[in-house]
Design a binder for this molecule. Sequence first.
Ligand code: SAH
Ligand code: SF4
Length: 335
Amino acid sequence: MTIEEIGEWLKIAGEPPYRAEQIFTWLHSGVEKFDEMSNLPKKLRENLCNNFHIADVKIKKRLESTIDNTVKYLYELYDGEFIESVLMNYHHGYSVCISTQVGCRMGCKFCASGLEGFFRNLTASEMLAQVKMAEKDNGIRVSNVVMMGMGEPLDNYDNSVRFLRLVSHEKGMNIGLRHISLSTSGVVPGIYKLMNESLPITLSISLHAPNNEVRSKIMPVNRKWNIEELLKACRDYIDKTGRRISFEYAVIDGVNDTDENAKELASKLKGMLCHLNLIPANPVAENNFKSPDKAGIQNFCNSMIKYGINTTVRRTLGADINASCGQLRRSETLR
Ligand code: SAH
Ligand code: SF4
């Protein structure tokens, strides 16, 4: 709830309005019970306890990389569902990758998150709880958030935007919007809505293909909103917000990694205020996609740079806890 929403409830409960900010700050400091809110009168704490619950996530599994201290979590939610989160340690601080849904309805062929379909949306509080748990469990402060875990954030639009406003609130965790990325598979109406929210986040687009033929094969969402519509929305987003877009491209051996593919991709992105991030495709047991070798990825990267696109290869973290989005949850639910 926002401070204003808490305030509305307090008004009806006959409590003074200044309590709203106190309650909000307590919630975002990571308390687990209303009884811990020590500057509230006992009667109010009881009243809160009778009317609300504090969303949390329980650690079901915790895998820590011995190479780079990346921590991968499998969390259990109040209804027994599972989601994943990852804590990464970069030189500029700690970054948390959060899930926005249980499962995903987009069904991308290379992704483990959507293999079993969609179960439910996460609430904004369940997204906040993932950030808070990473802080509490490791005794650290998180400075960056990426909405790149399980689920499609723009298919859970209202909760995702609510999360963005809450996590960046100065009375809460106060994580700057400029330190937050939201990744979408290309839900075009959501991109149009988002550009009018005045949220200076980084928008990442999972492009993964240079044309409709390849993209529709690996990302069913492309049959609804094709590359032309998606890139038009991206250009409009850049015009409206003045912010650079980040394109994600999982390089898959024999699917989208030829020089011809690079050339076609460059022709589509040319002139846009953007950055291209190449991700070595992470193999998933249920499909036979794999990444080209290191030299193959570097080749593709060099081609893109040669064709004039600002391109980097994403660093791989947590290689020894080998688990890309959705794989940990899947190993749990299949048992
Ligand atoms: N649903 C959103 C955000 C979550 S997925 C989206 O699709 O953008 C986060 C990123 O991981 C996306 O770019 C997605 O395409 C990528 N991804 C998923 N499975 C992958 C795999 N097996 N190998 C490499 N990247 C993968
Ligand atoms: Fe969903 Fe993103 Fe995975 Fe596609 S890549 S199935 S949109 S989580």
